[in-house]
Design a binder for this molecule. Structure first.
Ligand SMILES: [Zn+2]
Length: 467
């Protein structure tokens, strides 16, 4: 048995880990996109480090693009097996991969216009809508806490990872000449106090753990304080300064958390009467999928539903659908709150809103999510005086606020707590994945301190024997 780390190794995107059994079967854990690294990631996404036709099955931890986003390309290049995921993950992949195809096609047509002018050959999108439709036919859904046998060497069970709707840790039992090797791939680990979702579920004892490490050296601000802090920022920006509050947010997860927070503030009559726009068709669809999976909500939300049956809707909240509606928000001078994707500010409508509002000190940019190095979001976080948006330079006058309490990832304490369901003396090795190298080194120290004896930080392409 072997494990090979092909993405999200010493970095956070491109999640892709290959298990190869004794009989030579290849199981791919996740098939995510590399994001936020400009030209480099294009090649990394287009060219797989293996032959897709040699993969027997994919097990998908959750629907985020850095975990699922390259699946259509995998199928396009010859993968013919099944893609296993939870039912909610499938629902989300349907809308998110479709959206991703639109982005791929849109990006390429923009680049091609420039290439044509320079007499260069046209590029093809990474994948198209047609490829997504083909890919979706390979999906098979498996509920949480249900063992599923792929072949005589591989069985697995999803446990709730509490990170986003449908997210799972993948627990595998690999049969190897008379003995069993137990592997857990945590996927992304959620929080014990998530605003909407249940906390991560304990998982069966493993010999090897592939553990995420995004926030392996950080502690989040308590979520309880988020509500009042958000209220203060809305008041300061929209009431006192009469400006616009821009909140870049993942369409799935963060958007619903922000909307739910505002919904609660509205219900308790604290929210000033300003318009709130969710300016993202994908976020609108994702919100509907969340509404369709109330089984995922934690006790606090279930309780809240008794007084307000829709936690994602209130007067003054508008979900925009088309581009005209989105452009109308820009031409309006009224104070408002705009929630739009993408969270890293690399794509989506938020870029247009930033372009229009970045140069006005009355406005506020509230960063509530992770921004990888070199992303536009990282430039704002670094308090750079000038930023480039759509190839144009803008002076940054917008006020910048950062809130870390909304993370969908557990901090090091929460991840350590999650791993406490394990008898550490039985864990042969922990592989840290999905984190920046320095953060991983810090997290390794923290895990060593609580008793994990052997912790590796694999580099891209590294492989290890599991025995
Ligand atoms: Zn994720």
């Amino acid at each position: 048995m072997q494990v090979k780390f092909l993405g999200a190794a010493q970095t956070v995107t491109g999640s892709k880990h290959m298990l190869t059994t004794t009989k030579g079967k290849n199981i791919l854990l996740d098939c995510g996109l590399f994001q936020g690294r400009g030209a480099d990631n294009d090649t990394l996404n287009r060219v797989f480090a293996f032959k897709p036709e040699n993969i027997d099955a994919v097990i998908l931890s959750h629907a985020h693009m850095d975990h699922s986003g390259n699946l259509p390309n995998l199928v396009k290049q010859g993968f013919a097996g099944k893609i296993y995921c939870t039912p909610a993950t499938y629902d989300l992949c349907e809308i998110m991969l479709t959206d991703s195809a639109h982005i791929q096609e849109g990006d390429v047509s923009y680049i091609n216009k420039k290439r044509v002018k320079k007499g260069k050959a046209q590029l093809k999108p990474l994948y198209t809508l047609h490829d997504v439709e083909k890919c979706l036919r390979h999906f098979q859904t498996i509920p949480y806490e249900h063992w599923y046998t792929i072949n005589d060497e591989v069985r697995f069970m999803f446990t709730d990872a509490g990170h986003i709707l449908g997210s799972a840790a993948v627990n595998l039992i690999l049969s190897d000449t008379g003995k069993e090797i137990k592997v857990c791939f945590t996927g992304d680990i959620g929080r014990s106090s998530d605003l909407l979702l249940k906390p991560p579920a304990p998982f069966p004892q493993a010999d090897y753990i592939l553990c995420e490490s995004t926030y392996g050296n950080r502690l989040h601000e308590p979520i309880e304080e988020a509500e009042q802090r958000l209220l203060r920022i809305v008041r300061q920006t929209c009431v006192e300064k009469k400006g616009k509050l821009l909140i870049p947010a993942f369409s799935l997860g963060r958007t619903q958390e922000i909307v739910y927070t505002l919904d609660r503030l509205q219900t308790s009559k604290q929210l000033p009467p300003v318009k709130v726009y969710v300016d993202s068709p994908l976020a609108t669809n994702a919100t509907n999928i969340m509404r369709a999976h109330p089984e995922a909500f934690n006790e606090k939300v279930i309780e809240y539903l008794k007084s307000d049956p829709d936690p994602f809707g209130f007067n003054n909240l508008l979900y925009t659908r088309n581009v005209t509606e989105s452009m109308d928000i820009n031409s309006s001078t009224e104070p408002c709150v705009i929630i739009a994707a993408s969270g890293m500010m690399e794509a989506g409508r938020i870029k247009h809103h930033l372009k229009h509002n970045v140069g006005d000190a009355r406005n506020t940019l509230l960063i509530v999510g992770y921004c990888p190095p070199e992303s536009l979001g990282a430039a704002f976080l670094a308090k750079e005086k000038f930023v480039r948006i759509f190839g144009q330079q803008f002076e940054v006058k917008i006020q910048i606020e950062v809130m870390n309490s909304y993370s969908a990832h557990g901090d090091y304490k929460e991840m350590t707590e999650y791993l406490s369901c394990q008898d550490k003396t039985k864990v042969k090795k922990v592989f840290l994945v999905h984190g920046e190298l320095q953060v991983q080194k810090d997290f390794k120290e923290k895990l060593t301190a609580v008793g994990f004896a052997d912790i590796a930080i694999p580099a891209p392409g590294n492989s290890f024997m599991l025995e």
